[in-house]
Design a protein around this ligand. Structure first.
Ligand code: DX5
Ligand code: ZN
Length: 223
C-alpha cells in the first residue's frame, strides 16, 4: 500500500477554511487530520464540533479526527454525528481513555475506523490487549498540544519497534505519525515503518501545497 499524507487542518487559515480544504484536495491530500484539543488533556484549545460540521460540508478528503481531550468516550459519537459520512476515523489518546475497549467498540459500531494515539512517553504495551480491534495506532512524535514543535527523534525507534510488532502479527493496523514532520525528515519516519504521515506547519508553512505534497510523496514512496 502507498503511504498516505494527512495535512493537519489546525495550521490552516481559518478565515478561509473552505478554500483551504479545496486547496488541499487539489494538492492531493489523502486525508485531512483534525486536531481537537480541550485545554485539559493538553494546554491548548482548538477545533470543536462546529468546525467539524463546517468541514463536512466542504466535500473534503476523508476526515481523520484526533481527539486530544479528556474523557474522549463522551465525545466520539458527537464528532461522528458532526462529520457524518466525511468521517473516516476517530483516534483517542490512550492516556485519558479509561474504557479503551468499549470506546473502540463504539467507534467501530458506527462504521468508523478506530485509532489509539500514544504520547511520546506512553509505551507501546498499552495497546496490547485491544490490538486486534483497532485500525490505526498513532505514534505522537511531539508532545500533543501545539503545531510547529520539534520532532522527537527517539520516536523513530518506537515506530520501528511497532512496525516489527505489526509485521509479525496477523492483524495489520496502520501506523500514523504526527508532529514536527516536514519534507526534510519525512523519509526517516516513513522508512521506519509509518503508513500515514500527518503534517501541519510542514505543509501550510510552504508557498505551494501541491508542490510540497508531491515532494513529500516522492520522498516516502520513491519515484
Ligand atoms: C499536535 C497535533 C499535530 C500538530 C501537527 O498536538 O496533534 O497534529 O498539529 O502540526 P505540526 O506538523 O506543525 O507539528
Ligand atoms: Zn494530531
Amino acid at each position: 500500500m502507498s503511504k498516505l499524507i494527512a495535512p493537519s487542518i489546525l495550521s490552516a487559515d481559518f478565515t478561509r477554511l473552505g478554500d483551504e480544504v479545496r486547496a488541499l484536495k487539489e494538492a492531493g491530500a489523502d486525508w485531512i487530520h483534525v486536531d481537537v484539543m480541550d485545554g485539559h488533556f493538553v494546554p491548548n484549545i482548538s477545533i470543536g464540533i462546529p468546525i467539524v460540521e463546517a468541514l463536512a460540508v466542504t466535500d473534503p478528503p476523508p476526515l481523520d479526527i484526533h481527539l486530544q481531550i479528556d474523557n474522549p468516550a463522551d465525545f466520539t459519537e458527537k464528532f461522528i454525528d458532526a462529520g457524518g459520512d466525511a468521517v473516516l476515523g476517530i483516534t483517542v489518546q490512550a492516556e485519558v481513555c479509561r474504557l479503551l475497549y468499549s470506546t473502540v467498540s463504539t467507534i467501530k459500531s458506527r462504521g468508523v475506523n478506530a485509532g489509539i494515539a500514544l504520547s511520546p512517553a506512553t509505551p507501546l504495551s498499552v495497546i496490547e490487549e485491544v490490538y486486534d480491534y483497532i485500525d490505526m495506532i498513532l505514534v505522537m512524535t511531539v508532545e500533543p498540544g501545539f503545531p510547529g514543535q520539534k520532532f522527537i527523534h527517539s520516536m523513530v525507534d518506537k515506530v520501528a519497534r511497532l512496525r516489527e510488532m505489526i509485521d509479525s502479527s496477523g492483524h495489520k493496523p496502520l501506523i500514523q505519525v504526527d508532529g514536527g514532520i516536514k519534507l526534510d525528515n519525512i523519509k526517516l519516519i516513513a522508512d521506519a515503518g509509518a503508513d500515514v504521515i500527518v503534517s501541519g506547519s510542514g505543509i501550510f508553512g510552504t508557498p505551494s501545497y501541491s508542490e510540497t505534497i508531491a515532494s513529500m510523496r516522492r520522498e516516502i514512496n520513491g519515484g
